[in-house]
Design a binder for this molecule. Structure first.
Ligand code: PGA
Length: 251
């Protein structure tokens, strides 16, 4: 049985004060929740304070990106060791917004995954097709290319420490969620790809999240699908009421 994950990707939102208000409220309301791994990924500036508040709680901390070098002259970047140091356990990598606005390639995602694993961070590796790609019936080709690139040269053991998020780009922040059937089709494709390239056991144990306009009202139906193991939530993770409901609906 794969334990579900609900992860909140706050993107570039919230001052430290706002972040702490939200975190305190989540901590209070979700303290008794078991059976689901809860993760919040605030912006870098709020990580340190968030980490203090979340220490010994059932809510884990994640970052939204990392750089692949450990230290040095890379102005503006943050290393995996620094994220570990501040208390992160997870890091979102290869998000479509990073691919689109910051020209992140599969090769860069691959380096970031390796660095993250080397310090004990769990990468949440995002893949997903654009609307044009879906309409041209290239969805599976795109997912395959992204998986091949991002997971290049990773050992079976490395793979077993990953989380994958399928986030169709056309569903992110648009209010257009993939239907459970559309999402499950791609999740199953990813799991089968993992089985073919690694092992049946690895493919069965790895958790694959869905992301793209997840809200309280569609969480249950998505989670009902065999290969959907949780959600990466953007907009709806910015309000405690909606995020809490999504977490509760995932159990
Ligand atoms: P959304 O974002 O839930 O606002 O669509 C999801 C994501 O980008 O991870």
């Amino acid at each position: 049985m794969r334990k579900p994950i609900i992860a909140g990707n706050w993107k570039m939102n919230k001052t430290i004060k706002e972040a702490l208000e939200l975190i305190n409220s989540l901590k209070r309301e979700l303290v008794y929740i078991e059976g689901v791994d809860i993760i919040v990924c605030p912006p870098y500036t709020a990580l340190s304070d968030a980490s203090e508040i979340l220490m010994d709680s059932n809510i884990k901390l994640g970052a939204q990106d990392v750089y692949w070098e450990h230290s040095g002259a890379f102005t503006g970047e943050v290393s995996a060791l620094m994220l570990k140091d501040v208390g992160c356990e997870y890091v979102i990598l290869g998000h479509s917004e990073r691919r689109k606005y910051f020209f992140e390639t599969d090769e860069a995602v691959n380096k970031k995954i390796k660095t993250s694993l080397s310090v004990g961070l769990t990468p949440i590796c995002c893949v997903g097709e654009t609307l044009d790609e879906r309409e041209e019936e290239k969805t599976f080709d795109i997912i395959k290319r992204q998986l091949q690139g991002a997971l290049k040269d990773l050992s079976q053991e490395d793979i077993s420490r990953l989380v994958i998020a399928y986030e169709p780009v056309w569903a992110i922040g648009t209010g257009k969620t993939a239907t459970p059937v559309q999402a499950e089709e791609v999740h199953k494709f990813i799991r089968t790809w993992l089985e073919r390239h690694y092992s049946y056991q690895t493919s069965q144990e790895l958790r694959i999240l869905y992301g793209g306009s997840v809200k309280p009202s569609n969480t249950k139906e998505l989670m009902r699908e065999d290969d959907i193991d949780g959600a990466l939530v953007g907009g709806a993770s910015l309000e405690s009421v909606t995020f809490i409901e999504i977490v509760k609906n995932a159990i």
